[in-house]
Design a protein around this ligand. Structure first.
Ligand SMILES: Cc1cc2nc3c(=O)[nH]c(=O)nc-3n(C[C@H](O)[C@H](O)[C@H](O)COP(=O)(O)OP(=O)(O)OC[C@H]3O[C@@H](n4cnc5c(N)ncnc54)[C@H](O)[C@@H]3O)c2cc1C
Length: 372
């Protein structure tokens, strides 16, 4: 006799939920994937705006990874447009390469340093810190006070709403300092944008007879329904447990999108950071990301804020301790797996979420009752 195996309910159609859904589906499992938003792809969602320019609704998402496994996996669902992201930082009205490299130093201070000279310069201006615990320690320790104040201090205050001294070292450690003239934002082996966009890539990933997708619905609503077995949850972990220990702090953003008709190019590179001016942190011009040709251009300004959709977990000791309390509950929650940036309260990039989701799916497939 065939016994119907209950479908797995997956909450969140971002990278975490969609990769787990596809892995389970490929292994013969039936899954139902839901999202409270009206679209798939989570924060990576992209679309054409009213003027026909491809934009990212939730801010610029640049794909980069050193993981061949993740690259190969996603390449099943998309072709790629080669793209290396470049960023400039505006200080006193002038644009400088960012992350800081030799050209930044030479242009900022009117110098003519070679690679050795740049290393010696940084060695002279740095303020050694031991131990290196906060983001402030990281930056002062590598580039000293002047560069810290010009490029990092106010940007961090805007972006995170706290002083760099209150943020864990890992946040600033993500940004390198270079003595060569490499002005790419990332140096990963694989750097590219999905040729037809992230949303199309997700559509291909979810195009499987074992996957059903339901949008615009809440987890709490769908969970009441009969017929589901295991649950994979990729939303905020504190929300799952009804904020029992209090709210985990997240940093949110307001995105101000604008189309500029008749302006072919607004800025020289994909993203320009404004560490010291304006309420927004940065402006991204989307046409750079895919080399799209258009007589106008579309940009987005990012305004950090405390309230709103949870975008960035705020990594510090207090929040980590609170997360650990929720994690302890999650570990003993029967029949539920917690995966992804919000469920794991980790400052994950897209490729890291894909990697974590592949591991989670493997583990889950080992645990689920065999399908008859
Ligand atoms: C502004 C910004 C820029 C970024 N830029 C980059 C970048 O350049 N490169 C990079 O690698 N990474 C970038 N990231 C990180 C990237 O967005 C994440 O790594 C990735 O989106 C995480 O995927 P996820 O599936 O864990 O979460 P999400 O994409 O957030 O998906 C979770 C989904 O769950 C849904 N959900 C939550 N709770 C419920 C519920 N109760 N009921 C129903 N649905 C629910 C949400 O609506 C959401 O769609 C950026 C992030 C932000 C915010």
């Amino acid at each position: 006799m065939r016994v119907a195996v209950p479908r797995t309910l997956i909450t969140g159609a971002g990278f975490a939920g969609s990769v787990v859904a596809r892995e389970l589906a490929d292994a013969g499992r039936k899954v139902h994937l839901i999202d409270r938003r009206s679209h798939i792809a989570g924060n990576a969602f992209d679309e054409h705006d009213l003027h026909g320019v491809q934009i990212h609704r939730y801010g610029p998402h640049i794909f980069h990874t050193n993981s061949e496994r993740v690259w190969t996996y996603l390449s099943r669902f998309t072709e790629w447009h080669p793209y290396e992201h470049r960023v400039r930082g505006v200080v006193n009205g002038k644009h400088y390469p960012f992350p800081i490299n030799r050209d930044t130093l030479n242009q900022l201070y009117g110098l003519d340093l070679d690679e050795e000279g740049a290393a010696a310069f940084l060695d002279r201006v740095r303020e050694p810190r031991d131990p290196v615990q906060s983001s402030e320690d990281v930056v002062l320790n590598s580039v000293g006070r002047d560069l810290y104040e010009k490029f990092f201090l106010n940007y961090t205050r805007k972006q995170w709403g706290v002083e760099p001294s209150e943020l864990k070292a890992g946040v600033a450690a993500r940004i390198p300092v270079r003595t060569n003239t490499d002005d790419r934002y990332f140096t990963d082996t694989f750097q590219a944008m999905p040729l037809h966009g992230y949303t199309k890539m997700f559509e291909n990933m979810l195009d499987h007879p074992n996957i059903t997708v339901e949008l615009g619905v809440e987890f709490s609503e769908v969970r009441q329904r009969a017929g589901f077995g295991h649950v994979v949850y990729t939303g905020p972990i504190d929300a799952y447990f009804d904020y029992r220990f209090g709210r985990l702090p997240y940093r949110s953003l307001r995105f101000e999108h604008e189309h500029l008709p008749g302006v072919e190019q607004f800025q020289p590179v994909g993203t320009v950071n404004y560490p010291n001016d304006h309420a927004y942190t940065r402006i991204t011009e989307f046409k750079h990301l895919k080399g799209q040709q258009h007589s106008g251009t579309s940009i987005v300004r990012e305004y950090p804020q405390a309230e709103g959709d949870p975008y960035y977990p705020i990594p510090n000791d207090e929040n980590e301790a609170l997360f650990k309390q929720y994690q302890a509950l999650a570990e003993v929650e029967p029949g539920v797996s917690f995966v992804g940036r919000l469920a794991e309260y980790r400052y994950y990039n897209m490729d890291q979420v894909v990697g974590a989701a592949l591991v989670a799916a493997q583990r889950l497939l080992g645990q689920l009752a065999p399908q008859i």
